[in-house]
Design a protein around this ligand. Structure first.
Ligand SMILES: Cc1cc2nc3c(=O)[nH]c(=O)nc-3n(C[C@H](O)[C@H](O)[C@H](O)COP(=O)(O)OP(=O)(O)OC[C@H]3O[C@@H](n4cnc5c(N)ncnc54)[C@H](O)[C@@H]3O)c2cc1C
Length: 351
């Protein structure tokens, strides 16, 4: 335990200086003394740090044993050849709910599962990313407690949304069972919160949905990319979809496209050192790779499989087994992200 009695500056200072911090907000939400504030996408020390070590232990970029988390969540560590982490089944699925279909990003699996869980009393809130129609590209953490709020949060914002910060709202609103949706770095941070445990959050978690992620912008980076590469006013952009390339749909009904290769230099720098594409520690991981209108769904834990199967058996989802091509693509993209991330980490002196 003593090796964890380390102060914020000593543990996370280097992570911040080297642009490794993903800005997930896990340390800010978990600091027992409330010494940290979230500003400009990063934690900032604003009080007297007692060197309790909690901030480092919930940071997805600080030393961590993924095997320990896998044993806790899945009952075993990944086997050799499980390139995208532990899993039970991979399916493709899409919603049967029209109100979800009209606003979701891919097949609407995430929103359908959250609605199913809320309406059947499995959760009383979900931590998601909010949508603001005045600034549709901006993403912000939100605790959704009603059907309307869950529906309004559907769709993907490619700007980073530090969803973990909304865990605090779950406490202030006295939510006792929550679902959490987030990108891979947030899922790893959340699992660290569970394993430590930061009890006030850990004991409320019902299930966790992870989103595949090959990269993410800051809001400013996304706006700059639109201005530079597409000569587009960010306020005119309504929706972004990344599938092979980046498609931007505008309020005027136009569609513009830019290659992912050109856009990557506008991604957040910490992306370069991310190694997890498919949210390998989630109960259920989802993405749209290679498909239109369907969500590739990786069922990893028994908790995740049960919720998904229950929702499907009630007719909320149309489900098919994933074909070989989808699995091969998932393996390829996961391997690539891990290889690039690890090589950049090694260059910085991390093993
Ligand atoms: C930054 C980012 C990058 C992604 N990159 C890829 C990729 O490279 N390849 C791929 O296959 N899939 C990627 N995805 C996942 C994909 O876009 C869809 O979220 C996924 O397929 C689920 O689709 P759905 O229709 O089932 O979800 P929906 O039913 O539309 O629900 C989407 C959920 O995601 C939440 N959300 C939206 N934006 C954010 C955000 N910025 N941060 C956290 N949560 C958010 C919403 O609140 C909602 O709960 C990415 C997602 C994000 C957020």
């Amino acid at each position: 335990m003593s090796r964890f009695r380390v102060g914020f500056e000593d543990s996370l200072g280097r992570i911040l200086r080297e642009d490794l911090c993903v800005g997930c907000g896990s340390c800010v939400a978990s600091c027992p003394l409330g010494c940290l504030e979230y500003a400009d996408g990063k934690p900032v020390l604003i009080g007297d740090c007692s060197s309790c070590g909690v901030c480092s232990r919930v940071c997805p970029r600080y030393e961590c044993s993924v095997g320990e988390i896998e044993r806790l969540i899945f009952g075993r560590e990944r086997m050799r050849g499980e390139e995208f982490g532990v899993y039970r089944r991979v399916c493709i699925a899409r919603t049967r709910l029209r109100e979800v279909r009209v606003r979701c990003q891919d097949g609407g699996v995430v929103t359908t599962l959250l609605l199913y869980a809320l309406e059947n009393g499995l959760i009383d809130g979900a931590v998601v990313s909010g949508f603001d129609e005045d600034e549709p590209l901006r993403a912000f953490p939100m605790l959704a407690k009603s059907k309307g709020e869950i529906l309004s949060s559907a769709g993907t914002r490619y700007a980073y949304s530090p969803n973990l910060l909304a865990l605090r709202d779950a406490i202030s609103h006295d939510c006792r069972r929550i679902a959490f949706v987030g990108v891979p770095c947030q899922i790893e941070a959340l699992r660290r919160i569970q394993i430590l445990p930061v009890k006030r959050y850990a004991e409320r978690l019902s299930f966790v949905i992870g989103l595949f992620c090959s990269g993410c912008f800051s809001y400013d980076g996304l706006a700059e990319m639109l201005r530079d590469l597409l000569r587009l006013d960010p306020n005119d952009a309504l929706r972004v979809r990344i599938k092979g390339d980046i498609a931007v749909f505008t309020v005027h009904g136009d569609e513009s496209r830019v290659s992912l290769r050109d856009a990557k230099k506008y991604f957040r720098r910490c992306n370069l050192t991310c190694t997890d594409f498919s949210a390998e520690l989630a109960d259920i991981s989802v993405g749209g790779i290679g498909l239109e209108g369907w969500t590739v769904t990786v069922l990893r834990s028994s908790v995740g499989e049960e919720i998904f199967d229950d929702a499907a058996s009630r007719g909320l989802l149309e489900v098919r087994n994933a074909d070989e091509e989808t699995i091969r693509l998932l393996v390829r993209v996961s391997r690539r992200k891990r290889r690039i991330g690890l090589s950049n980490l090694r260059r910085l002196g991390y093993s």
